[in-house]
Design a protein around this ligand. Structure first.
Ligand code: 5GP
Length: 226
């Protein structure tokens, strides 16, 4: 599969030792704080880039095309899928969402880590193609009422209807049932603490032994000198 070719260039972290870039997936029901956590990680990690998804859903107030999403028509989306331009794609709510393949391949080939804000369906698909390079985190809200409060306060900014909010609450319940499929779970009762946990996971995963290429030669060099 062509996808694995993208890992041929690794980030050099020490003379002779390189690191495989990782794919950091964040999933959660909407309103659990995922966007805030993701933005903070991007601000604090120069080597981390976000995968901007394509979607057929309507742009919300304040969203910027090519920055928050590539807003495309259902026809354009279908063509991207047919041409193999999507790394994964899924129907979420009543719209289609997908991860364009090329920017992810480019970032990983430059030795960068890539963060994804995708649902459980997309996470499963990435897991099937690149499990070793994937780190998955599920973010949960602290209580149901807090989730509802966050959804309602956000809806004031995005002009969502009561029906949209109720729909998101129902979907949140579906989405949350998939938390067992993830490597890590963060319960977001305090946003700063949740951000710190997401950073800790990233830091630890970056120094996983299997991600360091050239380690055995490095250690041999250390032993030879003794
Ligand atoms: P929203 O419409 O609130 O921006 O996103 C709705 C859901 O779609 C979120 O759970 C988000 O993680 C998910 N999503 C966004 N982009 C993608 C994507 O490229 N692929 C998949 N599978 N899910 C996505």
């Amino acid at each position: 599969m062509t996808f694995f070719k993208i890992q041929s260039d690794w980030r050099i972290i020490l003379k002779g030792i390189r690191r495989r870039g990782l794919m950091y997936v964040m999933s959660s029901p909407s309103g659990a704080g995922k966007t805030t956590i993701t933005r903070s990680l991007l601000n604090n990690n120069g080597n981390l880039v976000i995968s901007v998804s394509a979607t057929t859903r309507k742009r919300r107030a304040g969203e910027v095309n090519t920055q928050d999403y590539y807003f495309v028509s259902p026809d354009e989306f279908g063509k991207m899928v047919d041409n193999g331009e999507m790394l994964e794609h899924a129907k979420v709510f009543d719209n289609y969402y997908g991860t364009p393949r090329a920017p992810v391949e480019k970032a990983l080939s430059e030795g960068k880590d890539v963060i994804f804000d995708i649902d459980w369906q997309g996470t499963q698909q990435l897991s099937e193609m690149a499990r070793e390079d994937l780190v998955t985190v599920f973010i949960l809200p602290p209580t149901r009422s807090e989730l509802e409060k966050r959804l309602r306060s956000r809806s004031r900014d995005t002009l969502e209807s009561e029906a949209d909010i109720r729909g998101r609450m129902t979907k949140a319940a579906d989405e949350m049932s998939h938390y067992t499929e993830y490597d890590y779970v963060i319960i977001n009762h305090d946003i700063d603490e949740a951000i710190a946990k997401a950073q800790t996971i990233l830091d630890a995963e970056r120094i996983k032994r299997r991600r360091m290429v050239g380690l055995s030669d490095f250690v041999r060099g250390l032993k030879d000198g003794l």
